[in-house]
Design a binder for this molecule. Sequence first.
Ligand SMILES: NC(=O)c1ccc[n+]([C@@H]2O[C@H](COP(=O)([O-])OP(=O)(O)OC[C@H]3O[C@@H](n4cnc5c(N)ncnc54)[C@H](O)[C@@H]3O)[C@@H](O)[C@H]2O)c1
Length: 258
Amino acid sequence: MNGEPRCAVYPSLREELVLVTGGASGIGAALVEAFAAEGSRVAFLDIDRSNGERLAGDLATRYLHAPAFLACDLTDIAALRAAIAEVEARFATIGVLVNNAGNDARHSIEEVTPEYWDRAMAVNLRHQFFVAQAVIPAMRKAGRGSIINLSSISWIIPSTGMPVYIAAKAAVVGLTRTLAHELGGDNIRVNCVLPGAILTERQKQLWFTDAYREEILRNQALKRMISPAEVARLVLFLAAEDSGAITGQSCVIDGGWV
Ligand SMILES: NC(=O)c1ccc[n+]([C@@H]2O[C@H](COP(=O)([O-])OP(=O)(O)OC[C@H]3O[C@@H](n4cnc5c(N)ncnc54)[C@H](O)[C@@H]3O)[C@@H](O)[C@H]2O)c1
């Protein structure tokens, strides 16, 4: 047993074409690596060119297929459509889409202008719809697909200090449920994942104080931090045929906070 992996391997993900948005860092980077480790062909979009190229370089020879990075600002709908067209032209039909990109910048009620609202919605909600819209025609033709949208527990616990982000993350659940019903007849499943406090580099740098760590551990049933790789394991399951009867669901991964 020694040295053997203790997590599941999903044969249906081998050779699968997987698109991850916001894959250059944080949970997205863990997703890119987790799918690559399954033998998937991974394409990932991110606005952050330097981290995207670094990750693609790091993983280039580690797994069966080198993940492909495409720089793209997902708030620019024309740019995201062009990037997806390029992925489909270079590779094949996208079988799995993970709508992961987001930005949890803190903001007070007072500082939200109409422009701020639109920008925050564009970076946390709007692209999830338009990326899905772009990949659906090929999935329909293929007669299958799995879409996983990243929401958050922030609107349930409830959290404060970022009302527009939290509204967007609640809307992701509604989007997921209606798309699941729209697309179920085409054998395309749509689920969402609601992480709790996940210890990413950005979280460590910006928000992870001793007081916040105490709050997390007080509220969670599990008295340890949850890693990006653990979120990725849940997304692998929802992407794989092993979850073939699961759609329209909200899967919480928060160490037992909600
Ligand atoms: N980390 C957590 O504790 C946590 C908790 C709940 C939900 N989530 C959700 O999980 C997802 C990933 O979160 P994370 O913590 O890894 O975030 P992160 O900030 O570490 O990574 C987000 C990625 O999205 C990219 N991105 C941001 N704006 C973009 C744009 N306009 N175009 C293209 N790419 C863009 C960033 O460059 C970055 O690589 C997000 O949807 C987030 O809301 C995270």
